[in-house]
Write a protein that binds this ligand. Structure first.
Ligand SMILES: Cc1cc2nc3c(=O)[nH]c(=O)nc-3n(C[C@H](O)[C@H](O)[C@H](O)COP(=O)(O)O)c2cc1C
Length: 202
């Protein structure tokens, strides 16, 4: 019998790695992450769906000591070490003027015109879709054997000014440290409810 493509199921150990055993890390092993690994994350995450293929996320991968110091200075006290000790922290920005790129990103139709003059609609689209892209980033990183530590405890305007300074149209959504997580740095897993708690099938 020919197996249908949609019947393909990742092996359980892959699901463990991406979901069941993956944790949000607070501390990091002293093991570097290469630029090639960051490219590999992008090459997977960019394939995740966004509305009209708008891809509003603009990502700055903070790796150098100088850039890290700038990012640390914007972070809440509890998050500073989580950035300082991480091999890299991704700043996930969102371009409110993403529609300028739609003529080539979504060539089937004139999607740019849907957003012209609609700043509120663009902010909503940029936030929704860059949040999705941030999630794809974490799933891709975990699939590639890396760990993540997402954070929203920082001054978004200060991060925007530090990393997207020429570009007022880019706002910051969240940041995510990436590396090899230190198992000593996490608490026990917080509860994850059964299906019936927050789901219905109608
Ligand atoms: C968008 C976002 C923002 C977060 N902000 C912070 C933060 O500022 N500081 C922090 O220590 N953890 C932060 N977390 C981590 C969460 O508390 C953590 O992902 C959650 O408790 C689940 O933990 P687990 O993945 O280990 O099960 C954030 C997570 C997400 C997704």
């Amino acid at each position: 019998m020919t197996t249908q493509y949609h019947d393909h199921h990742l092996p359980n150990d892959a699901l463990d790695q991406i979901f069941r055993e993956a944790r949000s890390y607070n501390g990091w092993l002293d093991k570097p992450v290469s630029d090639e690994q960051l490219h590999a994350i992008w090459d997977l995450m960019k394939m995740g769906p966004t509305s009209a293929n708008m891809l509003p996320a603009r990502i700055v991968w903070v790796k150098s000591e100088e850039a890290k110091a700038k990012l640390v200075a914007t972070a809440s006290a509890g998050n500073q070490e989580k950035i300082r000790t991480a091999p890299v922290t991704a700043v996930i920005g969102m371009d409110i003027d993403f529609h300028e790129e739609l003529p080539w990103l979504f060539p089937h139709t004139d999607a740019k015109s849907w957003f012209e003059g609609d700043v509120e609609g663009r902010k909503e689209g940029a936030f929704r879709n860059s949040s999705l892209q941030g999630a794809y980033l974490m799933i891709a990183a975990r699939a590639l054997g890396l760990d993540c530590g997402p954070m929203s405890g920082f001054d978004a305007d200060a991060v925007g000014a530090a990393f997207f300074s020429d570009d007022d149209k880019v706002k910051v959504n969240f940041i995510c440290s990436i590396g090899y997580g230190d198992p000593e740095s996490i608490f026990g897993r917080s509860p994850r409810p059964e299906f019936g708690k927050f789901n219905t099938i109608v």
